[in-house]
Design a protein around this ligand. Structure first.
Ligand SMILES: NC(=O)c1ccc[n+]([C@@H]2O[C@H](COP(=O)([O-])OP(=O)(O)OC[C@H]3O[C@@H](n4cnc5c(N)ncnc54)[C@H](OP(=O)(O)O)[C@@H]3O)[C@@H](O)[C@H]2O)c1
Length: 304
């Protein structure tokens, strides 16, 4: 009861069949060998019975002693037995051999099919990844943001300034493209911006939006959706910018030359990763309460 459990040998059906066949084969040969030995002894005994003890001395059909007939008949039976063992049932018969061969062929075919399928899938995956990287190469995922000197971008879900030329530039750059944003930034608009496809990221499952607005559950999903756009934009806010820094290729920054009190900030731009490629300064005037600069950054190594 408490002893070690007896291990049951794990032999599959085919192995078992092979073992049983081998056992039967050994028995067959053993029987033939015994038959042969009995034949030798028996034949000697028949000769002895006739020649020494004179049993059936007068039985000589066609002038030949009866024991010669008896030995020949027995020899014929022995040959028939031998024929049976080595020819008729040669390794369990032709049917068995054919069955084993068929099994082997079907197993090999299965393996070939599996390998073919694997090769096909790998090829398809490679093609897909080639296509994806082609789209990635073409698409320039661009972050567009306006940030103060202290990287402040918003407070109480509103912007911190009103800069006419900045809004104009935002409109010019983003028009006709996809704009990806967090749910809070989307809610900071009174209504969707014209001539742009809005992609809103939220963890909510039944988030309701006006017709034409796309809702997704992650930034990665949003990027997949905008793959056919040559220049999709990430337009904020703080949470989304933070996640997008690793994935974006370009930053269009409006640097507002002032420090602001805020609750939302843009991540610090790492100049080891981002290279400034263009900068235009605008002084403050009647339409612009703060001085600002349009700065373009490109990622040194887009794979980072
Ligand atoms: N200066 C600028 O250029 C600029 C631009 C844009 C926005 N802003 C300002 O930024 C502020 C808003 O930024 P914020 O950081 O508070 O909010 P946000 O980034 O606009 O949105 C945050 C929301 O996005 C969703 N979200 C974020 N990461 C997600 C993820 N990985 N998967 C699924 N959903 C995700 C969540 O929505 P749920 O809670 O629904 O799940 C989260 O609450 C406002 O003040 C706005 O005015 C400034």
């Amino acid at each position: 009861m408490f002893g070690k459990k007896k291990e049951i040998p794990q032999i599959d059906k085919q192995q078992l069949e092979l073992i049983q066949n081998a056992q039967r084969r050994i028995k067959q040969k053993k029987r033939l060998y015994i038959h042969f030995v009995i034949f030798l002894i028996g034949s000697g005994f028949l000769i002895l019975a006739n020649l020494v003890f004179g049993i059936g001395k007068d039985m000589t059909p066609f002038g030949v002693d009866w024991f010669v007939y008896a030995i020949f008949i027995w020899l014929f039976l022995l040959l028939y037995h031998t024929f049976n063992v080595f020819i008729t049932h040669k390794f369990m018969g032709k049917d068995w051999e054919q069955k084993q061969l068929d099994k082997l062929i079907s197993k090999q075919q299965e393996r070939i099919d599996r390998l073919k399928e694997k090769a096909h899938n790998t090829q398809a995956e490679e093609m897909e990844s080639e296509n994806t990287s082609e789209v990635k190469k073409k698409a320039e995922l661009t972050i567009i943001v306006a940030a103060g000197e202290n990287n402040a971008i918003g407070k109480d879900n509103t912007l911190l300034w009103h800069l006419r030329d900045d809004l104009k530039r935002f409109k010019t750059l983003t028009s006709g493209h996809h704009i990806i944003m967090g749910r809070k930034t989307f809610e900071s608009f009174h209504k969707p911006l014209p001539n742009r496809t809005h992609v809103v990221i939220t963890r909510q499952n039944n988030y309701k939006v006006p017709e034409g607005v796309i809702v997704v559950n992650s930034l990665e999903e949003a990027i997949k959706i905008v793959q056919n756009d040559a220049q999709p934009f990430i337009i904020g806010g703080g949470k989304i910018y933070k996640q997008a820094m690793a994935l974006a290729h370009k930053i269009e920054l409006t640097r507002v030359h002032e420090t602001f009190e805020a609750d939302t900030f843009f991540p610090k731009i790492n100049t080891a990763i981002w290279k400034e490629t263009n900068k235009t300064f605008h002084n403050k005037d009647v339409d612009h309460e703060h001085a600002f600069s349009f700065v373009t950054y490109l990622k040194n190594n887009p794979s980072i």
